[in-house]
Structures are given as structure tokens and as C-alpha cells.
Design a protein around this ligand. Sequence first.
Ligand SMILES: NC(=O)c1ccc[n+]([C@@H]2O[C@H](COP(=O)([O-])OP(=O)(O)OC[C@H]3O[C@@H](n4cnc5c(N)ncnc54)[C@H](OP(=O)(O)O)[C@@H]3O)[C@@H](O)[C@H]2O)c1
Length: 280
Amino acid sequence: MTTFAITGVTGNFGRTAIKHLAQLVPANQIVALARNTAKAQEVVPEGVTVRAGDYTKPEELAESLKGVDRLLFISSQPGAPVSRETQHRNVVAAAQKAGVSFIAYTSFPHADTSTAPLADDHKLTEELIVKSGIAHSFLRNNWYLENEASTINAAKSGKDFVYSAGKGRAGWALEREYATAAAEVLATGDTAKEIYEFAGPARTYEDLAKATPGDFKVVAVTDAEYQAGLQSAGLDEGTAQLVTSFQTFIRQGVLDEETTDLQEVLGHELTPLTEAIKEL
Ligand SMILES: NC(=O)c1ccc[n+]([C@@H]2O[C@H](COP(=O)([O-])OP(=O)(O)OC[C@H]3O[C@@H](n4cnc5c(N)ncnc54)[C@H](OP(=O)(O)O)[C@@H]3O)[C@@H](O)[C@H]2O)c1
């Protein structure tokens, strides 16, 4: 009997992934890992076992991964008190110690060669997984459409649609589409591909604006103006800088992708952009 586990199940990605996995394999073969087990208990499907899984606690992780064959490791967030690098080292070491035989890891587009600073932890984590000798699939997720929710929703309410990424393109898709595909890969296991570049069709911000309903102006600005706008809307300088860096790397083509990996794994076409925007 194969035992499956998913980390970070209290997050948006984890919740969707575990719900979908429970449709693919029996719930009593699924372990849900979370740092907040009480919260996890409320969100996991019936029959799933909840265990403690804080990325900052290596012993706890190794204990909770005992008996797990296939792990969906959902990447942590940057900027936490314990670095994402350390958190990810802990998860991979714990998986190795516990004898996990397959890891699907949510990575970054072309993590091995990407020039985006955000890719650094993902590149390192992919290397750690390769070195661990554990069979793996790297789920290199492109951009969540949800990242653009504030821009799109502002425009829907009549405010300007502001961006600084120029004609740069990104492969936006809904987070639930990436998460569903992740569960599919976990259920597939060893016969899955080693690398998936998961993305929607490459589009510009102009394309997003055209698919957004409402009466608004589309305003292309510089990165400095974009950052200043975020700060005047209340973001602190560090966060505004980080969010602006996404515009910079989209302009540089870091997320420009032509792939059908996501549709192939899902077994159907992606949600059309206008519908996806309605869903936000
Ligand atoms: N490609 C993209 O566009 C994109 C965009 C955003 C994020 N991401 C990546 O995708 C991941 C999942 O996104 P999401 O929407 O699910 O984020 P989310 O809803 O904010 O959830 C983050 C999850 O990580 C958990 N977590 C944080 N620190 C942890 C720790 N030390 N130990 C164990 N669990 C920890 C959180 O647990 P709690 O519930 O206890 O806080 C939560 O379950 C992110 O972490 C990030 O790496 C990618």
C-alpha cells in the first residue's frame, strides 16, 4: 500500500492539492502535514491523517514522514525568521531520513538556469533533492493569476490598471490548476516526468487588461513609479520592492514560456482567461 503525504496543507495550494488527491487515492493512504495541526484538521478531507510538519523542526518532520512513500513538498515562503533555504534543507533531509521514495516539489520556472533572485532557493532545493537520491518530479510552476488579483480587482472597480512589465509575458494560470496538477503527479509517482514547466499560455499585462471587465485606464509606468505607487497604497518598502521585482523579471522574459505540460497532466484545457479573471 502506497502512503502519500502533502506539506503545507493549510495553505491555498495544499488545500486544493489534498482535496484532489483524495479523489485519486483512498483518503486513509494520505497524510497531511502542517505546522498548525488543529487548522489542518478543519480543512483536510475525511479519513486523511494529520501530522505535525513544521519546516523549522527537522526531528518532527522526520518522525511525521515515517512510512510515507510519496511526498508533495510545497515550497515555503521567503522572508520568514528561519530562512527558506534552511526550511527546505530540513524537509529534504527529513524525507531522506524517513526513507521517502518519491518527492514532487513545487519549484520555479527553469529554476536551474533562471536569473530571477526568487529562483535561488528553488535551484538549491532541486539540487538537494537530486543529491538525496530520491526519485522526484520538479513542478516548476509559472505565475499564479492570483498574484494579479489586486491589479485586476482595482481595474474592475474603475481604478487604473497599472503595470511596469512592458511587453514581458508570463504564463499565468489559476493556483488551483497548478495544485490539481501537483496531486496528479503525486498519484502518478515514479513514471511521472522529472521536470514539468507548468504554465498557462504566455500573455502580457495588456492581454490581462483586455480580458478584465470594466471601465478603466491601462497605465504603463516605470519600475520606480510602480514601486512608489505600491508604497503610497500602504505597502512597506521591502514588500513594495519585492513585488516590483516581479514586474522587472516578467519584463526580462523570466516567465515567458511555451509549454503544454499543465494541460497534459490535467487532461483538459485550462480555464479561459476571461473566466479565470471572473473567478479571482
Ligand atoms: N508561482 C507563483 O506565482 C507563486 C505565488 C505565490 C506563492 N508561491 C509558492 O507557492 C507556495 C504555496 O502557496 P500558497 O498560496 O499555498 O501560500 P499560502 O496560502 O500562504 O500557504 C502557505 C503555507 O505554507 C505553510 N507554512 C509556512 N511556513 C511554514 C513552516 N515553517 N512549516 C510548515 N508550513 C509552513 C503555511 O502554514 P500556516 O497555515 O500555518 O501559515 C501554509 O500552509 C508558497 O509558499 C510559495 O512558495 C508561488
